[in-house]
Design a protein around this ligand. Structure first.
Ligand SMILES: Nc1ncnc2c1ncn2[C@@H]1O[C@H](COP(=O)(O)OP(=O)(O)O)[C@@H](O)[C@H]1O
Ligand SMILES: [Mg+2]
Length: 226
């Protein structure tokens, strides 16, 4: 396999928390290859290490041993600024808690990653509007975030996650705080984006029905892949 086909590759990846001289393995011996464009579900009970896994892959957290390669680059060899640049250009995030800025309008929320990535002002508007069209919220651009329903908020988050045209969307329990109808809407939006744009979708969920809709499923138990 060509290294450019591979988004993530881990070898004996581990995350250890040490408290009062006792080592606790939040992740251990994780060997994983994730190809570009896939949909992959990470499932497991609460406390099994799903979020830890996602946070390490997305460079929000660091592993304690083993190796992690992102697009062929060893994560431990990346400088902080390289990490930030890679994260901002390559990753999009959707969380259970929306993390929208309630004091900004919808368009401004979606433009935030573009500001962080240093995209020129003249281009930010058009990109953010386009992302909001893709999630069907072009009529809410000027609404304040707090005026939206939960389902609409999560669609804003998806627009914000894709506005930089990332290679992967990390979604940690993206439907965890939505009702059935909105969950289905958000799910189909995420899967359509993955299929139509080739963005990989890395989904953490404890919903087995949702996981079954992904091309690949990995199960974590006590920090280890089953
Ligand atoms: N900062 C931390 N310090 C110590 N233990 C932690 C820390 N963060 C997570 N853990 C532990 O690591 C394990 C995995 O947590 P997490 O990845 O959040 O699980 P999940 O997302 O599957 O519910 C849990 O036992 C949790 O208590
Ligand atoms: Mg979690």
């Amino acid at each position: 396999m060509n290294s450019t086909d591979t988004l993530f590759e881990t070898q004996n990846l581990a995350k250890v928390y040490t408290q009062h001289d006792v080592d606790f393995f939040a992740l251990k011996d994780v060997n994983l290859t994730i190809k570009q464009g896939v949909s992959l579900a990470i499932v497991g009970k609460s406390g099994s290490g799903k979020s830890t896994m996602l946070n390490i892959l997305s460079l929000m957290d660091t592993h304690t041993s083993g190796t992690l390669k992102i697009l062929g680059q060893d994560a431990t060899e990346l400088s902080t600024s390289k990490k930030n640049a890679l994260r901002s250009a390559t990753f999009g995030f959707v969380f259970q808690q929306f993390f929208l800025n309630e004091n900004l309008n919808v368009l401004e929320n979606v433009m935030t990653p573009l500001e962080i990535a240093g995209v020129r002002r003249s281009q930010r508007d058009a990109k953010a509007v386009r992302a909001l069209e893709l999630v069907g919220l072009e009529d809410k651009l000027k609404n304040m975030a707090h005026e939206l329903s939960g389902g609409q908020k999560q669609r804003v988050c998806i627009a914000r996650a894709i506005v930089n045209e990332p290679k992967v969307i990390f979604a940690d329990e993206p439907t965890g705080s939505l009702d059935t109808e909105n969950s289905q809407l958000v799910e189909s939006l995420l899967f359509n984006l993955q299929k139509e744009t080739g963005i990989a979708l890395l989904l953490v969920t404890h919903d087995n029905e949702l996981a079954a809709k992904c091309e690949e499923v990995i199960t974590i138990k006590d920090g280890a892949l089953l």
